[in-house]
Write a protein that binds this ligand. Structure first.
Ligand SMILES: Cc1cc2nc3c(=O)[nH]c(=O)nc-3n(C[C@H](O)[C@H](O)[C@H](O)COP(=O)(O)OP(=O)(O)OC[C@H]3O[C@@H](n4cnc5c(N)ncnc54)[C@H](O)[C@@H]3O)c2cc1C
Length: 715
């Protein structure tokens, strides 16, 4: 439907342009033509001023909207016919309206195509436009050196808002309009278009245009200078970079700095590897693996076995988790990083000035390093609420749960987010009686409702008690029994437990290493700009401490930007790109997502088409007995551009990689469909989802003709 309308508009525009050229209408818009009919035009204007003004206005809008040559001559004519005041008024509005129509036509006809085709190359421009689009356009408008119609069409394919485009165009073109309309009042004396604007006038306009950008740079420079007031910058530095924190973000930052031959020190107060290695991704996935094995054993009959059982000890399973950590630890070892050229300092860091970091070592000695730049990568920790009575019990969090060797018979998990869900299912499979308590109306509430519902059904089928809409009030010990008192629909209930695991989110580590004393801006995280710079431009932050995503792969992604920007600013710096961020939650059925889901699309007002392919139709999923789940793809209406994908099902995180690549490199549904997928694999689900989309977009009118063609061929 949209496609049809677009073609009609395009055809209409081409026809109008062809008519304009065929009839040589351009001859009426030349300087000579206007000059020769100046007397008649002026007589007409004198006789019917309103009609003349309205006709002129409409003509001007048409010429600019259709991007026809002649706007300049018409501006002069406005001066000649209507004088400086009215001429400027008419041209100012007509040119802005015409420009906006051209901008909209360009966006409608080409915007989607250009963005999907050159999306990643336009990413910088889009980000710049999103943040400073008004400034860019203002400068371009003020300095009439770029053709008017080129700006209209080019801006149409960016993400600049229409309102901004109109307002800035009207304001920015005013100076140029005045110059040309004023020149028009002297039309009789003008012999060529090039002579209208003298080099002096052009120079002034150029200065006016450049001024906003220069002013902005001056203000930025002034602001950053202000934060450094009172600190003396060392004449020489010990290091190019000091990185604080040796988790995912810090390790990658230091690695990149060493790879580009910078002198870098990485300070870590515990062991290199951070949350991911010791208390996050690695132990949780190792635990999930053992738990999954047990769940498979319990499903033995489904796979044709008469029976199967596993004899296991909870403590031994938890020991395996430590062995896995031990196996991966060498990837993040001091030896490895030292070998790569990183100076590793095992101590606690504190920032004492914008260019100085003090390191306190376990043996009591203290070292002070001067550095040109600092990257803060100090991570986050579990959030534990101030719930009355909580101090009476040992609280388990993702930090200490790995020390358990004895299974808590009744485990209460507070929080139905990704971490709470992963651990709830794993411990339930290891024999704990798990109750999952969530305040929101559903678990995994950032995902589309059917995702949470599917996981809830599975959890309940596995014996987990899932309590949504339940608010934890306090902890009490009654007759030696630990109980969580919660409320649901105004009713209080008591949930007895042996172990209480709190998984209510993670808070950034912001205290105790100099941020407040120095005045580094913080909120819930360290506040950073698009380049990951704090309010001290030589101090950067990456990973969980900077947010907004708390994943190892995002920490590593940010680390690249933090390292490169810290080392090469002011010569070159890059804005962190968050357009294609994949994520997975390793419950069963696994769920993974990249880009928008339906919830977010609705919240952000992004129109989308939804295609769902269910795994119970997929041969391999049926053979594997893993038919729960789906591939859900959001696309731009009428186009094959992918806005987001959610996969629920076996190996969802691995299957998502294809979509991540597609989105990153602007490959659409047709591209995925046209790619050969091995039969029979789970990955075929991606192709079938694309196929489903294709069927819904089959050109029915064309197919009707093709049917007639085949009928004719039958003879
Ligand atoms: C249970 C769980 C499961 C998870 N599963 C996944 C998953 O499957 N996939 C995924 O992508 N993410 C997962 N995550 C998230 C992931 O672990 C984090 O996003 C990631 O580790 C953040 O890395 P970071 O470098 O920002 O911080 P961290 O890894 O926390 O590193 C910060 C380091 O800074 C050190 N430090 C702090 N202050 C100082 C100081 N003053 N001086 C010296 N050193 C200091 C700390 O000791 C720490 O080692 C999981 C998290 C948890 C809790």
């Amino acid at each position: 439907m949209h496609v049809d309308r677009r073609w009609w508009l395009l055809a209409g525009l081409v026809a109008l342009l062809a008519l304009f050229l065929a009839l040589d209408l351009g001859r009426f818009l030349s300087l000579a033509a206007i000059k020769s009919s100046q007397a008649e035009l002026q007589a007409w204007r004198a006789a019917q001023p309103l009609l003349a003004a309205l006709s002129f206005f409409a003509g001007y809008v048409a010429v600019t909207a259709l991007s026809l040559p002649g706007a300049l001559v018409m501006t002069l004519a406005a001066g000649a016919l209507f004088g400086l005041g009215y001429g400027t008024l008419i041209v100012s509005f007509a040119s802005s309206i015409g420009a906006t129509l051209a901008f909209l036509a360009s966006r409608w006809l080409l915007g989607g195509w250009v963005q999907s085709r050159f999306g990643d190359r336009l990413a910088g421009l889009n980000a710049g436009i999103a943040k400073e689009g008004g400034w860019y356009l203002f400068t371009l408008r003020l300095v009439p050196v770029l053709p008017f119609f080129v700006i209209n069409l080019a801006m149409g394919v960016t993400s600049l808002r229409t309102g901004t485009f109109y307002a800035v165009s009207q304001l920015g073109m005013l100076a140029g309009t005045l110059v040309y309309v004023n020149a028009g009042t002297q039309l009789a004396h003008i012999d060529s278009l090039s002579g209208i604007v003298s080099p002096g006038v052009l120079g002034s306009l150029l200065l006016l245009g450049v001024f906003p950008l220069v002013a902005k740079k001056i203000v930025e420079g002034f602001r950053s200078r202000k934060v450094y007031a009172g600190f003396s910058k060392p004449a020489r530095f010990d290091r190019n970079l000091v990185v604080i924190g040796g988790g995912s973000a810090g390790l990658v930052t230091a690695y990149i700095a060493a790879a580009v031959k910078a002198k870098v020190t990485l300070v870590e107060q515990q062991a290199l590897g951070g949350d991911c290695l010791y208390t996050g991704c690695v132990p949780s996935k190792a635990l999930i693996r053992s738990a999954r094995f047990l769940s498979q054993v319990q499903r033995a009959k489904e796979f044709g076995m008469r029976s199967a059982s596993a004899d296991y000890d909870f403590g031994e399973v938890m020991e395996r988790v430590q062995r896995v950590i031990g196996q991966i630890a060498p990837h993040d070892s001091v030896e490895r990083y030292t070998g790569l050229g990183v100076d590793v300092a095992q101590g606690r860091a504190r920032i004492v000035s914008p260019w100085q970091v003090e390191i306190s070592f376990a043996d009591g000695h203290v070292q002070r390093l001067s550095t040109r730049a600092i990257v803060i990568a100090t991570g986050a920790r579990p959030f534990v609420p101030a719930l009355p009575g909580l101090d009476q019990v040992e609280v388990l969090t993702s930090e200490n749960v790995w020390q358990l060797r004895k299974r808590p018979e009744r485990l209460l998990v507070l929080g139905g987010g990704p971490i709470g869900c992963e651990l709830a299912q794993a411990f339930a499979r290891l024999g704990c009686r798990v109750t999952l308590v969530e305040l929101a109306p559903r678990i995994l509430q950032r995902e589309d409702p059917e995702v949470g519902e599917l996981v809830t059904r599975r959890f309940r089928a596995e014996g987990i008690q899932v309590l949504v809409d339940h608010q934890a009030l306090r902890v009490e010990i009654v007759g030696g029994e630990k109980q969580l008192v919660a409320t649901c629909g105004g009713q209080e209930l008591r949930l007895p437990f042996d172990g209480l695991l709190v998984a209510l989110g993670r808070v950034a580590n912001l205290e105790g290493y100099g941020l407040q004393e120095l005045g580094v801006g913080t909120g819930r995280t360290v506040e950073v700009n698009g380049y990951l710079q704090t309010n001290f431009p030589n101090i950067y932050a990456a990973g969980d401490v900077a947010g907004p995503f708390q994943f190892t792969h995002v920490a590593a992604h940010q680390a690249w930007y933090a390292a490169v920007n810290a080392l090469f600013d002011p010569f070159r710096k890059f804005r962190a790109d968050y357009r294609v961020i994949p994520r997975a939650t390793f419950v069963e059925p696994e769920l993974a997502r990249v880009g928008l889901n339906e919830l977010e699309a609705r919240e952000q007002g992004v129109p989308c088409e939804v295609t769902v392919y269910r795994l119970d139709e997929l041969d391999r999923a049926i053979a594997d007995g893993e038919t729960q789940g789906f591939v859900k793809v959001l696309t731009v209406p009428g186009k094959d551009r992918i806005l987001g994908v959610t996969i629920v099902g076996e190996h969802a995180g691995d299957l998502l990689a294809e979509w991540v690549l597609a989105m990153k490199h602007g490959v659409g549904m047709n591209g995925v469909l046209g790619t050969i997928h091995i039969y029979p694999t789970l990955a075929e689900a991606n192709k079938y989802a694309a196929g489903q989309w294709k069927r819904a977009h089959a050109p029915q009118a064309l197919l009707a003709w093709v049917q007639r063609f085949h009928a004719w061929r039958l003879g």
